[in-house]
Ligand binder design. Structure first.
Ligand code: ZN
Length: 317
């Protein structure tokens, strides 16, 4: 993969209006920066199904549900991956001189529709120096960075280690509470929490300049990789990568470095997730020795294990 592409740069260079024109899409103006028309993707009869906002550089079809950015549009039209869409867009820019967007495009990460609403409160009195954290090799500094600690207040999370979970825009949407003794369930989330739609630490990872993201299973794995100097890291909070999580990840990153646990579940999940990602982006699988999981490793070991993937990533940039 020598021919690396900067998605953000490419998208900044091309506006949706020009791309629509390039594909011969005819839309009617329906408001300031708003256009409507027949959907060129599903080619349905609805004359108003397809909406485009040229200021925000996004589109949405109310009939087929297609939507997103310039790249999503090209991927849908060409039935190709986002990566291939970026290549095609780059060609269009250089061959046809597509124009720049009318307004500066917002960060990629905020373009996706928000699926989880922010919490109206935050827990107070979280103890970031609880001994359990030290037992798991998490420094107070890291606990503070992640806002993780022991909560003794009332409610669902009482006497649990709480992990604040944010949406990609960085808004707090839930806490996950882990018991520090034998209390079941080991992990507790609020009713209605849509785990399939969020990735732990995605908002911090997305705020970096990185184009590659390390993906691990759990909170503790993530909190060990991050202080090792590898900030673009997210946790699945399990062993499944759901489609909305996958979209969120690929909406921001170009390459995924998978580092799941070195056990049967982790190896199996790695195969499934790799198969899901491979047609859509370059991936790098880091296979840990059997019986090893990232949170048991020292910062030095994590850096060494991830070095080949990180160096390869540098070469790609
Ligand atoms: Zn459509």
């Amino acid at each position: 993969m020598s021919n690396w592409l900067d998605f953000r740069l490419i998208k900044r260079e091309a506006d949706l209006e020009s791309v629509l024109r390039h594909y011969g899409v005819e839309l009617r103006r329906s408001g300031k920066d708003q256009y409507r028309g027949r959907c060129p993707i599903h080619r349905g009869e609805g004359r108003d199904a397809f909406h485009a906002n040229t200021a925000r550089n996004v589109f949405y079809c109310f009939a087929c549900g297609a939507g997103g950015t310039v790249l999503d549009f090209i991927a849908d039209m060409e039935r190709c991956s986002l990566y291939e869409a970026a290549e095609k867009l780059e060609t269009m820019i250089s061959s046809f001189g597509l124009s720049r967007p009318a307004a500066k495009e917002k960060e990629l990460v905020t373009e996706r529709r928000k699926v989880s609403s922010p919490l109206a409160f935050s827990l107070r009195g979280i103890d970031c120096a609880h001994p359990y954290l030290a037992e798991r090799g998490i420094s107070k500094e890291t606990a503070l960075t992640f806002g993780v600690g022991f909560y003794t207040g009332p409610g669902l999370m009482q006497r649990r280690l709480v992990f604040p979970i944010h949406n990609v825009a960085g808004e707090l949407i839930a806490y996950c509470g882990r018991s520090v003794d034998q209390t079941q369930p080991r992990y507790r989330v609020p009713p209605g929490f849509a785990k399939s739609e969020v990735l732990f630490n995605l908002h911090r990872a997305a705020a970096t300049e990185e184009t590659s993201v390390v993906t691990v299973e759990g909170f503790f794995d993530c909190m060990k990789v991050h202080p090792a100097g590898i900030q673009p890291v997210v946790a699945l909070m399990g062993v499944v990568l759901y489609e909305p999580q996958c979209c969120a990840l690929l909406g921001r990153f170009q390459q995924v470095i998978l580092m799941l646990d070195g056990d049967v579940a982790g190896r199996r999940a790695t195969k499934i997730i790799a198969a899901r990602l491979r047609p859509r982006c370059p991936i790098h699988v880091v296979e840990l020795p059997f019986g090893v999981q990232p949170d048991q490793l020292s910062a030095q070991e994590i850096r060494e294990i991830l070095a080949p993937a990180m160096q390869r990533r540098l070469a790609l940039r």
